[in-house]
Write a protein that binds this ligand. Structure first.
Ligand code: AMP
Length: 583
């Protein structure tokens, strides 16, 4: 397919903010694709990788600037200057390619296949000469791009397509395009309405597509299966070695409220303060480890690979767990912040492993010996875990658990958990299935100070005086349907010196590659970094786009294990606001 066809779709999508219209445009476009063109569906998500490899493009703005310069002959200084005022390298590439076209003959055609191939190559280069190779691969595309194509090639490289398509719209577009005729789906642009024959039937198709996505987190696979028919969607299966989205927890504020949601009796477990880890063993004996962002961290945790081989019976499995750091000398748990560098750092692994070991606490299993267990009740899954895991303190063990219906016993367990230095407890429904990717009331978290949110940093203000040159105040956002909504600024909790925790300098360094635009002392940032922030109160506020402001926000931790998609939803903020009650 010619890339220009796709670029025109991107443009149409960018021009409307109506979700239904976007779905319709996408669905029409998908109908033209055959069952081997799932990679084009992937391109419409703004990436060349499925969601679980989200971070892998890894091409900086600096490389892109050099590639634009190489392809168009403009100097990098000129591009940077324009970038500071326009804030979108895609638009700048578009303009410069247009300028160049005025002076050269243009008859080359770019295909979607070529874009996909070159970008995959560019993302994969490693070792010596990597930067130059990346620049050449991108420049090669630009040199045969039309202006509109250049806009979207660059935005895809930077993983910021700006066409406003979320997972739900992708899912619906696949349903409409593959089953639209059968379901009698009709969309009228005029009233921005859509009709369907039978709503219940429609729901079963939406669920089938959603299920396939939850199991694969890969829209290309989902599309290719849906194109073959419902049977193919149903055949999409869990596969150890391929990450699956984790089931997420809701909050409870008291034990009683918890029991009301998850039922009585329920399972209570310690809530360990570490990071989530899915441990996969495939039939060939290979172990793979994935974080909550579905990043593959197998290389960073060789000891966990050994533990999984040594202490878990079975030829294949997928285990859900929390990895907790501890001090190897004093044998005491460490807060997450201190071990988070093990997730990010890809060198000196052995040294880090000795200094910052982790203990694995297993709390769920979704696949065992070729069998998908997600529909089995939690109690049954836990019983299986008890049979296959050999507990080994400080290495790998089952999460501490009791099953009770008694409030007093539950309260005692909660107290014990806190006394042991854990974050709190989890309350779980004994009959619930495992729902990948869903934040449903099958498990609840209960912590003493629940006044905190995970939020994205979407902007920053440079400091003055002794903090000049560093970003010193950070603009935070929650989300609604994938849109970032500002909710306050934070500076408190970030340290002057890095020995004491995350410093202004470190955070500035981390955020610099995400700068989209700078105006005076304010930098607008691409939301890439997730932080946990505590607060004392939520107020209504016309200042911020969420309509709320956090009072006395304090930064408590960086969350390199979390995705932007995981940050707090506006609904959760609203719920917490209402929970505060009248003042
Ligand atoms: P939160 O991070 O506050 O949303 O709390 C939910 C997280 O707690 C999960 O994503 C896990 O990473 C973690 N966790 C710790 N212990 C457990 C446990 N026993 N069961 C489930 N999740 C746990």
């Amino acid at each position: 397919m010619l890339y220009t066809e796709l670029a025109k779709i991107y443009e149409q999508l960018e021009l409307t903010s109506k979700r239904l219209e976007k779905t319709f445009i996408l669905a029409e476009f998908f109908s033209k694709l055959n069952e081997k063109e799932g990679y084009i569906v992937l391109l419409t998500t703004g990436s060349i990788f499925p969601a679980y490899e989200e971070k892998e493009m890894g091409i900086s703005s600096q490389i892109v600037i050099k590639a634009i310069s190489k392809a168009t002959g403009s100097s990098t200084d000129e591009i940077v200057k324009k970038w500071k005022s326009v804030g979108d390298l895609g638009r700048i590439a578009e303009q410069l390619v247009w300028n160049k076209m005025q002076s050269t003959l243009f008859d080359k055609k770019l295909t979607t296949g070529k874009v996909y191939e070159n970008l995959k190559k560019a993302a994969g280069f490693e070792g010596q000469g990597t930067v130059d190779k990346k620049i050449s691969a991108i420049a090669e595309l630009l040199s045969v791009s039309s202006p509109l194509e250049a806009r979207y090639v660059i935005r895809t490289v930077l993983e910021e397509l700006r066409i406003g398509i979320g997972d739900a719209a992708m899912r619906d577009a696949i349903v409409w395009s593959c089953f639209g005729d059968k379901l009698g789906i009709k969309y009228s642009k005029q009233g921005n309405k859509f009709e369907i024959g039978d709503r219940e039937e429609y729901k079963t198709y939406v669920n089938a597509v959603q299920r396939a996505y939850d199991l694969t987190t890969d829209f290309s696979v989902v599309f290719e299966s849906a194109k073959k028919g419902v049977h193919a969607l149903e055949e999409v299966q869990l596969k150890p070695g391929k990450p699956v989205k984790f089931m997420l927890a809701l909050k409870a504020s008291t034990i009683l409220e918890g029991f009301e949601t998850v039922g009585r009796p329920s399972a209570l477990e310690y809530k360990y303060d570490g990071f989530r880890l899915m441990i996969n063993k495939s039939e060939d004996g290979k172990i793979k480890l994935f974080t909550r962002r579905l990043d593959d961290v197998t290389r960073q945790f060789p000891e966990v690979v050994d533990y999984a081989k040594q202490y878990v019976k079975g030829n294949s499995f997928m285990l859900d767990s929390e990895a907790v750091g501890y001090d190897p000398k004093r044998l005491r748990y460490r807060p997450f912040q201190e071990i988070s560098q093990r997730i990010r750092r890809k060198y000196e692994i052995e040294k880090l492993q000795k200094e910052l070991p982790v203990e694995i606490n297993i709390f769920d299993i979704i696949y065992f010996e070729g069998e998908n267990l997600i529909k089995k009740p939690f109690l049954e899954r836990r019983k299986l875990l008890e049979r296959i895991i050999q507990n080994k303190k400080w290495q790998l063990k089952l999460a501490e658990q009791i099953i009770t219906e008694d409030v007093k016993e539950a309260e005692q367990f909660y107290k014990d958990a806190l006394k042991e230095g854990e974050e709190g407890i989890m309350m779980k429904n004994l009959n619930a299935p495992y729902k990948p990717g869903a934040r449903v009331g099958y498990m609840l978290k209960l912590k003493p100070s629940e006044k905190e949110f995970d939020l994205a940093i979407v902007g920053a203000e440079y400091g003055t005086g002794k903090r000049s040159g560093w970003m010193s105040s950070f603009i935070l956002a929650c989300q609604q349907s994938g849109k970032m909504l500002e909710i306050g600024k934070v500076g408190t909790g970030i340290k002057e010196k890095s020995e004491k925790g995350i410093s202004f300098k470190e955070l500035t360094k981390m955020l610099k590659p995400s700068i989209i635009k700078e105006e005076g002392r304010i930098a607008l940032l691409k939301p890439e970094i997730v932080v946990t922030v505590t607060y004392q109160e939520i107020q209504k506020s016309p200042t911020y786009s969420s309509g709320f402001a956090l009072r006395f926000p304090r930064f408590t931790r960086l969350r390199p294990d979390r995705n932007i998609r995981d940050i707090a939803l506006l609904e959760e903020v609203k719920k917490e606001y209402l929970r505060q009650g009248p003042k």
